[in-house]
Design a protein around this ligand. Structure first.
Ligand SMILES: *[C@@H]1O[C@H](CO)[C@@H](O)[C@H](O)[C@H]1NC(C)=O
Ligand SMILES: *[C@@H]1O[C@H](CO)[C@@H](O)[C@H](O)[C@H]1NC(C)=O
Length: 275
């Protein structure tokens, strides 16, 4: 352990104790609301180009929709010490940015200023219907293509997301690209939900993930890379220098800098077995 790691741990702990001592009477309620960690001005700096005419999602992802949706998941961005909270939020915003990016190598302000540019998949390869899934049967004429900040896809995700959030995901998947609060809620639902044996992205980023022997043998230790593994490891992990993984990391680095927090270890999943 390096000195900086220990001192950071100590700092985190001190800050944590400070806030606990201030608010002991309100255990369980968010000590710092999301909106004070992600102000409108920070949000607009992070998503610098989301309302460009070049972006198909122009005006679809306003700040208030993100804040509204996050209140539905009171543990998001409110767990752990201040640095942990910022890092979790930065990781979430980075992952949804990669999923919806309109950036390219030489884009104005760099490729990592173009998150939230798309709200739905433009040329889907299929309707993303897994017809072998009997729990969440598809409607014949519906497409379960990528929609919203996390690009929710497949009937087996639309069904449970809708059930958890109060809409019919199988009958009305389009609502995810028509209602921005619901769109953000689906992304946060994906982020917060554990699908055993796969951990939730949230638990990984707040230090509640405990690696099993199998995980350790697969190099799946906590960090941003493991979140990438949860989201799309089957296609992106276990491959050295994958450009999609690097794009996710690029967003995360820019955002952690804006949040003034370090990235933590294990940024990529190049040497992880996919989940
Ligand atoms: C969703 O929006 C599209 C246009 O973006 C529109 O064609 C469609 O009818 C809307 N669907 C619902 C369910 O509101
Ligand atoms: C774990 O990482 C090491 C390098 O750090 C690599 O040599 C090994 O193959 C990885 N294991 C798996 C299962 O990918």
């Amino acid at each position: 352990m390096s000195f900086s790691f220990i001192s950071q741990l100590f700092f985190c702990f001190t800050v944590f104790i400070y806030f606990v001592s201030l608010r002991v009477e309100s255990w369980g309620t968010p000590i710092i609301p999301i909106s004070s960690l992600v102000t409108k001005s920070l949000y607009d700096t992070i998503f610098l180009h989301k309302d460009d005419t070049a972006c198909p999602a122009k005006n679809f992802y306003p700040y208030q929709s993100f804040i509204k949706a996050s209140k539905y998941f009171p543990q998001f961005g409110t767990t752990g010490c201040l640095a942990t909270r910022k890092r979790e939020i930065a990781a979430f915003l980075a992952q949804i940015s990669h999923e919806t990016t309109g950036g390219w190598e030489t884009a104005p302000d760099g490729p990592f200023s173009w998150g939230l540019c798309f709200k739905e998949e433009i040329s889907p390869q299929s309707n993303y219907c897994d017809s072998t899934n009997n729990d969440w049967p598809c409607f014949e004429d519906k497409s379960y293509k990528g929609r919203g900040p996390i690009q929710l896809s497949w009937n087996y995700n639309y069904g449970p997301a809708g059930k958890a959030l109060g809409f019919d995901g199988l009958k009305n998947p389009e609502i995810v690209s028509n209602n921005s609060v619901i769109a953000f809620k689906t992304a946060l639902w994906f982020w917060m939900t554990e699908r055993k044996p796969t951990p939730s992205c949230h638990n990984v980023m707040v230090g509640k993930y405990v690696a099993t022997k199998v995980d350790i043998a697969a190099n799946r230790t906590a960090g941003f890379g493991l979140v990438t593994n949860i989201i799309n490891g089957g296609l992106e992990c276990g491959i050295p220098n994958d450009e999609r993984v690097n794009d996710r990391i690029g967003f995360f680095k820019r955002y952690t800098k804006l949040f003034n927090v370090d990235t933590g270890p294990n940024l990529d999943c190049a040497y992880q077995k996919s989940l």
